[in-house]
Design a protein around this ligand. Structure first.
Ligand SMILES: Cc1cc2nc3c(=O)[nH]c(=O)nc-3n(C[C@H](O)[C@H](O)[C@H](O)COP(=O)(O)OP(=O)(O)OC[C@H]3O[C@@H](n4cnc5c(N)ncnc54)[C@H](O)[C@@H]3O)c2cc1C
Length: 311
């Protein structure tokens, strides 16, 4: 079913999409948000680095509040996966997985990234994230683990960089390989100079419980015990809708950093984790606000407002 065109379609109901929707609704634009329920913010057990929440707030509660904020001003939010977006004259036409279609004058893609997950041999992955023994974001919560025994899974340059970043919080940092150690001698020396331990053996078993993480290394008599494990396995941007519309991604298919300020194509912007840069709730919100304002002013120009402010 195809409904009447809206001003703006926002794909994604994480911090980027919901901030964009709230701004657009307050600019009195007709805005429809479509999401498939997979915001990474929903995983956050309790964030302590979102400004204004010094006591912390859970990710689900934050998303609930952001959705409430946007809908109070008239944004419509519906669940569904957008499988394709194509140009249809002056409009964009999105197709949803239930067969519905949505037409819009402009689109903001706030589709985030897919995290590559650690596979546990024992213990439930999502429960380990909830109780905070499995962490995915050192920038977000390294501070909370000051002085603890921290393992980083992934002995390549990304893992090494995370290890060095976490070293400012704890002296007990161990880099463990997912497969092989893929580091140069110079990188090994730098890690050694900072007292970061590098495990050489293969991981045979990863187990999580309320006390922490046990890592069994091949050939070792007993598992090594850590308080926290940070998998450094990277993520995959959910940028396919932008790429099929003709936008250019970088080598990793991330969208360019200017996607939230200058747009990707006329009427098409992107914001949040799907854009190259720092994957953080505050950043996603800021980019959502900027994309919404730029897109609103772009529409105002089309509507004949030649003095549209280009902020
Ligand atoms: C365990 C964990 C803890 C974290 N802790 C913190 C923290 O403490 N502080 C912090 O600042 N950051 C934290 N982060 C990072 C933070 O969650 C992200 O930076 C933030 O959620 C990015 O917002 P976003 O809106 O860009 O993407 P997301 O929140 O991931 O939202 C993406 C949205 O796009 C939707 N979507 C994607 N493709 C489609 C499609 N084709 N059709 C329909 N919908 C689609 C998804 O359903 C989702 O609604 C954490 C991340 C993880 C994984």
């Amino acid at each position: 079913m195809m409904t009447a065109p809206v001003d703006i379609l926002v794909v994604g109901a994480g911090p980027a999409g919901l901030t964009a929707a709230m701004y657009l609704a307050r600019f009195r634009r007709g805005v429809c948000v479509v999401h498939d329920g997979r915001s990474r913010a929903l995983w956050v057990p309790r964030t302590l680095n979102v400004p204004g929440f010094p006591e912390g707030i859970t990710g689900p509660r934050l998303i609930e509040r952001m959705a409430d904020h946007a809908t109070r001003y008239g944004a419509a939010i519906r669940e569904g996966r957008v499988t394709a977006i194509a140009r249809a004259g002056a409009l964009f036409r999105a197709t949803l997985d239930d067969g519905d279609g949505i037409e819009a004058r402009g689109v903001i893609l706030a589709t985030g990234v897919e995290t590559r997950l650690a596979v546990l041999d024992k213990g439930d992955h999502d429960q380990a994230v909830r109780i905070g023994v499995l962490r995915y974001c050192p920038i977000c919560d390294g501070y909370e683990h000051s002085g603890e025994r921290i393992a980083i899974l992934g002995s390549d340059i990304h893992g090494a960089a995370e290890a060095m970043f976490l070293r400012q919080f704890s002296r007990h940092i161990t880099l463990i390989p997912k497969w092989d150690v893929a580091l140069s001698e110079a990188q090994r020396s730098e890690l050694a100079a900072s007292d970061v331990a590098i495990v050489e053996g293969r991981v045979e078993r990863l187990a999580a419980d309320a006390e922490g993480i046990a890592v069994q290394i091949a050939g070792e008599a007993a598992p090594r015990a850590f308080d926290i494990l940070y998998p450094a396995l990277g993520s995959v941007p959910r940028s396919e809708l932008a790429l099929t519309l003709g936008a250019a991604g970088d080598d990793d298919d991330c969208l360019p950093f200017t996607a939230f300020s200058d747009g990707l194509l006329p009427g098409l912007y992107a914001a949040g984790d799907v854009v190259a840069g720092l994957d953080q709730i505050s950043v996603a919100g800021g980019q959502g606000a900027m994309a919404a304002t730029r897109l609103h002013n772009w529409l105002r120009e089309i509507e004949g407002h030649k003095m549209a402010d280009q902020n």
